[in-house]
Write a protein that binds this ligand. Structure first.
Ligand code: ADP
Ligand code: MG
Length: 699
């Protein structure tokens, strides 16, 4: 069989060869001609417009000028060419290909030049513009809207310039288009008004006009997002057909005992979410639910009641927290809620003593402990449950896939435990749909009553003294304050120096007596950390100086001030998380962002945005827009588990929504995509591009 052009190695494309081929593979991941045409332009330039030289704005976007060569100078290692049109003059500078260029650009000849204008020695200039003979453009009616492709320094050095990319693309398309087969079924194209694949490929690279470009891009983006959603949702549709979950039909006495003894009314959102969870657990299908709720929205209560549902059906539940401090705090809170019930609970962390383990582990294996709270220690092999029916994971992104899988293997009778993942990192809807496409999502979008707004302020070092005075006033009122230092890489010495120096400054400003300052960071031994933390929680210390170890979950209702040092070094979501540590009690609370002297425009914008809103979802959307979804907090440790060629999760929310809705309709008819009209979809999914590696393992 003759190899198709699509599958032909890129080195055989005219204009490439082995050297450029290896570069294209390394820099752009292109190994076949088919791969190349799937590298899409990130923008387009309109080569039909010629700008008069007098109207060229230095440092603006790329421009095209048309000019006559006036003079050619050859200072050492350079070529300087002056060109002019009716409106003015400018210089062109070349550092490479001097001989060839000098031979071509003879005085009197007219060319079009395309490049990025700037100013050098007070004169308008362009370095290495692309050169075109004038009449060629006009005569053959060459496409005038051209793609601009991702590039790297190495590619440019190897001569793969924008213009060369355009040429390679034209060659590739000439070979590939005649044999391009449609990837989407006919009915999908029709029902969504999509352009066919071959015209879409041609028009995304060499659009005939702006409208064709728009339709081509829409088609390609829709395809990507649609196939991605199909791949994610397929699991869910298949799962919901089988009887593969533990049926938990009862509510149980303990649930009611706890519920009736609550010191407050559940919010409407809490009630709704518990109903959603209960419906899942009764269904006979495994629950895989993500619970999103802003800091302080009351997720712990939901976790407790969910765990009690499992207990009420004769199963055990475990609640996993990302840190020792949090696990212990959860345990303390949960124990309080459980007091009216007879349910036994325990906590297991890395620092649980051997003697204690000896008692705890057999009790767990015997089923005497109904609810166990802990850290990663819970997934060690020595931890055996009698009947694990539910796993609640707090702040999911700190658990690796393997760890989750291990927990999952602790099931007893072949049926997987129900899984509830809780997160306080609000994830924009578009991203949640992608990362957690096969999870059901519940949102607590209502705060418990009585939370006072937090006043957020942005200050500089110059206001340091007023800041200290303000904190003293708050302490005078019996309140406490957090002061947080950035710690980006836990191992970086420099960050610790910052923290230590900061601590000394604070201690100097707040001397003992009467002030007490505690310090907590990741490099302390666990018992030291716990001791200092407890001192602050119990109100013995007025100020807690720390790194972001307090970011998640720590609850000190009496704290009314959150100071964030070098605030520009934090991301929006993280700042929001930190701010959520205050405003939990009845008092008015403050978040004070101290910024450095040199703060970039983006950082300034970020900090001002934080001052303007307390809505976590708005902040998350903004964060994603500013940084791109790959860098989004909560996902940055694993990176995005999927890579898209053309669609953007940050910008293509509307297409994503349409693609998801349509994917649901297709799957409702044909959950496993077995019907003949969906043959092409099955084939595309089988290629594996759309498998989200990471998160699918949750189930
Ligand atoms: P999250 O874990 O979502 O950040 P928590 O569960 O720690 O929030 O709850 C924050 C605070 O709100 C806790 O002090 C908790 O006791 C309180 N709380 C939770 N639900 C309610 C409610 N329905 N009404 C009043 N207070 C509540
Ligand atoms: Mg919490």
């Amino acid at each position: 069989m003759i190899k198709k052009a699509l599958d032909t190695e890129i080195q055989f494309l005219p204009g490439v060869g082995p050297k450029r081929a290896s570069l294209l593979a390394r820099e752009l991941g292109v190994s076949t001609i088919g791969d190349l045409v799937r590298i899409y332009p990130f923008r387009h330039i309109d080569r039909s417009t010629v700008t008069p030289i007098a109207e060229v704005v230095p440092d603006a976007a790329m421009v095209q000028i048309k000019g006559e060569v006036v003079s050619v100078e050859t200072p050492p290692k350079r070529l300087k060419v002056t060109v002019r049109d009716a409106s003015g003059e400018m210089d062109l500078v070349f550092f490479k290909g001097l001989k060839y260029t000098a031979e071509r650009l003879v005085p009197g000849a007219v060319f079009t030049f395309f490049g990025k204008p700037s100013v050098f020695n007070g004169r308008l200039n362009m370095v290495h513009p692309e050169i075109d003979a004038v009449q060629a453009d006009a005569a053959v009616g060459k496409p005038v809207i051209l793609g601009v492709y991702p590039s790297t320094e190495k590619l440019k050095n190897a001569g793969i310039t924008g213009k060369v990319m355009n040429k390679l693309m034209a060659n590739a398309l000439r070979m590939v288009l005649p044999e391009t087969e449609e990837t989407l079924p006919d009915y999908v194209l029709k029902e969504n008004g999509l352009m066919g694949l071959a015209p879409a490929l041609r028009n995304v690279h060499f659009p005939t006009d702006a409208e064709a470009l728009r339709r081509a891009r829409y088609r390609l983006k829709f395809e990507e997002l649609f196939l991605l959603q199909l791949s994610l949702l397929k699991q869910k549709f298949i799962r919901s057909r089988g009887e593969n979950g533990i049926k938990m039909p009862r509510v149980g006495e303990d649930f009611n005992l706890c519920y009736n003894a609550l010191p407050y009314q559940l919010t409407g959102a809490q009630k709704r979410v518990i109903k959603e969870i209960r419906t899942d657990m009764m269904s006979g299908h495994q629950m895989n639910r993500l619970l999103q709720g802003d800091v302080g929205s009351g997720k712990t209560m939901v976790a407790v009641l969910t765990a009690l549902l499992a207990v009420g059906n004769g199963y055990q539940a475990c609640i996993m927290a990302p840190t020792e401090v949090l696990a212990r705090q959860h345990f303390a809170n949960i124990s309080k809620y459980l007091a009216p019930t007879g349910v036994k609970t325990a906590v297991l962390t890395g620092s649980t003593k051997a003697s204690e383990r000896k008692k705890l582990l057999p009790a767990l294996a015997a089923g005497e402990i109904g609810i166990i709270v802990g850290t990663h220690a819970l997934i060690e092999d020595t931890v055996v449950f009698k009947k694990l029916g539910l796993a609640i994971i707090d702040e999911q992104h700190r658990f690796g896939v393997d760890q989750r899988a291990k927990l999952w293997s602790k099931t007893t009778d072949g049926l997987p435990p129900h899984v509830l993942v809780m997160t306080a990192t609000p994830i924009p809807r578009t991203l949640a749909m992608t990362l957690y496409g096969d999870l059901d999502v519940s949102v607590i979008d209502e705060m418990p009553p009585g939370r006072k707004p937090i006043q957020t302020m942005l200050i500089t070092e110059r206001q340091r003294n007023s800041l200290w005075k303000f904190i003293k006033d708050q302490i005078g009122l019996g309140r406490q304050a957090f002061i947080v230092y950035p710690l980006i890489f836990e191992s970086e010495k420099l960050d610790y120096q910052n923290l230590e120096q900061g601590y000394e400054k604070v201690v100097k400003a707040f001397p003992f007596p009467p002030y007490k300052v505690a310090i907590v960071h990741g490099q302390q031994a666990n018992d030291v950390k716990t001791f200092n933390m407890d001192a602050f929680v119990a109100g013995r210390a007025n100020i807690l100086v720390s790194t972001t170890v307090i970011e998640v979950g720590v609850d000190v209702p009496n704290a009314s001030v959150m100071v964030i040092e070098s605030a520009e070094r934090f991301g929006l979501s993280q700042l929001h998380q930190l701010r959520g540590r205050v405003g939990r009690g009845a008092d008015k609370s403050y978040c004070i962002l101290v910024k450095g002297d040199k703060v970039g425009k983006d950082s300034q914008h970020r900090l001002e945005f934080l001052c303007s809103t307390e809505n976590g979802f708005d902040l998350a959307e903004e964060d994603m827009k500013m940084r791109g979804p790959g860098d989004l907090e909560g996902t940055q440790q694993s990176g995005l588990p999927i890579s898209l060629n053309i669609a953007s999760l940050a910008k293509d929310g509307i297409i994503l929504q349409a693609a998801r809705g349509y994917a649901e309709r297709v799957l409702a008819e044909d959950p496993a995509l077995e019907q003949p009209q969906n043959r092409l979809l099955r084939k595309e999914l089988a290629k594996g591009k759309y498998e989200v590696k990471d998160y699918s393992k949750i189930s």
